[in-house]
Ligand binder design. Structure first.
Ligand SMILES: [Zn+2]
Length: 450
């Protein structure tokens, strides 16, 4: 008799065709290209598999797809994915065109195959494998698929609050997951938040002759002062009053798990092109800071003249973009307010606009769901599994966790060489097949929990 693993293997080839179909459909959140079409296609893929599908909309937002598969038990496993992708630029650096998914050397190349259309399809294939093996799913499975992940999940919080009842679940698998350089599958339990600010200084009514610099400060100088006031240059500590008040330090279990993670300091420095980390941090201290410390980064500055040669000008206006990566329990709106107060206190007339905010989230390492997911991953792959208490990146995990109150873990089809967001984005076909089997097993085991 065919086992679940046999059914999962049998699903891999048709799933690969489904993935090619999905990856051929552009869905660039940044420009809006193909977003509506892709949402409709995702809805059709779920309908073809027997799900009840709702495609929701909000004014000015990319559609949100919720697909529900009924099951024997009342328990619900929720999958969070996104159908949008990063822009494919620079186009000339792709070996094959980004929206013509192509297999080479056991890998599938194309924009979005790794981030995260491959994950989405591997999970759908797992549902089909379990359906084929036993007729009916042993638990409910719900897919939540958004179309704005790559632009900061702008409307995700509003969507999730509105449809919280449909998203009720006892556990959630998040969108991403990779195999590290030693081929160990990573299970990630958290993300940082973000507070993204647009700063503007209007110093004078127009650009002035810089001889007036004797009596007037230009916008460029004022912006430089404002930015420099945010951070201690030696330690990197953020100097905004109250910034650290709500920071929840990592617990002993999180630190212990972090110590077990690989952290190749020299290799990382080589990759990043730096010879030291902020504050001269080394070893575990640097790793701890990467995962658990909030950040302050000037992402861009614009003011005055930067063309060839010299132009003596006192610029009227300066603009900067600054992001703060937040940790639990910092609140982006509050951070924006603290920054406004900080500038005001130093007499710096800077207008501060909050462009986007998300709170950080970390699932409890001791939650039984974490043991279930990492246990199934180890069984299904026969390899060591690495649990990361958090990623250094950001995603809308807090919004979803707040709405469903269930543990969230991220595990997926990707690997160390997947080139997400870059030209020649790819996944390995063997990883794709492995993930289909793993997810099918997870659905079965999740349903068995009393
Ligand atoms: Zn991405």
């Amino acid at each position: 008799m065919a086992t679940l693993a046999d059914h999962a293997r049998a699903q891999t080839a048709p799933a690969l065709e489904t993935l090619r179909r999905l990856a051929r459909q552009p869905s660039v959140a940044a420009t809006g290209e193909g977003i509506g079409e892709c949402a409709a296609l995702v809805g059709r893929l779920f309908e073809e598999a027997g799900a009840r599908v709702a495609v929701h909309t909000l004014p000015g937002a990319a559609p949100l797809v919720i697909a529900e598969f009924a099951g024997e038990s009342g328990r619900t496993l929720l999958f969070y994915d996104h159908y949008d992708v990063q822009p494919p630029d620079p186009l000339h650096e792709w070996t094959s065109p980004p929206f013509e998914p192509t297999v080479r050397d056991g890998r599938l190349f194309g924009r979005g195959v790794g981030d995260n259309k491959g994950d989405l399809v591997s999970r759908l294939a797992a549902v089909r494998a379990v359906q084929a093996a036993r007729g009916r799913l042993p638990c409910r499975v719900v897919f939540l698929v958004e179309g704005e992940e790559e632009i900061g999940s702008v409307h995700f919080g509003a969507y999730v609050r509105r449809h919280a009842a449909a998203l009720r679940a006892e556990g959630c698998i998040w969108e991403f997951g990779q195999r590290d350089v030693r081929e160990r599958l990573q299970v990630t339990l958290g993300v940082k938040g973000i507070c993204y600010l647009d700063l503007e200084v209007h110093a004078t009514s127009r650009d002035l002759h810089s001889s007036l610099g004797a009596i007037v400060d230009g916008a460029g100088t004022r912006m430089a002062w404002a930015l420099a006031s945010l951070k201690d240059p030696t330690t990197g500590r953020v100097l905004v009053d109250g910034f650290y008040d709500r920071v929840r330090e990592p617990g002993p279990r999180e630190l212990e798990a972090t110590r077990r993670l690989p952290f190749d300091e020299e290799e990382l420095k080589r990759q990043l092109g730096v010879d030291r980390f902020i504050g001269g941090l080394t070893g575990f201290d640097a790793h701890r800071q990467l995962l658990y410390a909030p950040t302050c980064t000037v992402c861009g500055i614009e003011s005055g003249y930067t063309g060839p040669g010299s132009k003596t000008v006192l610029p009227r206006r300066a603009r900067a973009k600054v992001d703060f990566r937040l940790v639990p329990d910092q609140d982006p709106e509050e951070i924006a307010q603290l920054v406004r107060r900080h500038f005001a206190r130093f007499g710096l007339d800077v207008s501060v606009t909050l462009l986007g905010g998300e709170r950080a989230h970390r699932t409890d390492l001791d939650d039984p769901f974490v043991a279930l997911v990492s246990g199934v991953a180890a069984e299904a792959t026969g390899r060591e599994v690495v649990v990361l208490p958090t990623s250094a990146g950001t995603g809308p995990m807090h919004d979803l966790a707040a709405a469903i109150g269930a543990p969230i873990a991220s595990i997926g089809t990707s690997y160390w060489g997947a080139r997400a967001h870059a030209p020649d984005e790819n996944i390995r076909l063997a990883d794709f097949e492995e993930t289909v089997g793993l997810m099918a097993r997870l659905i079965e085991r999740f349903a068995e929990v009393a």
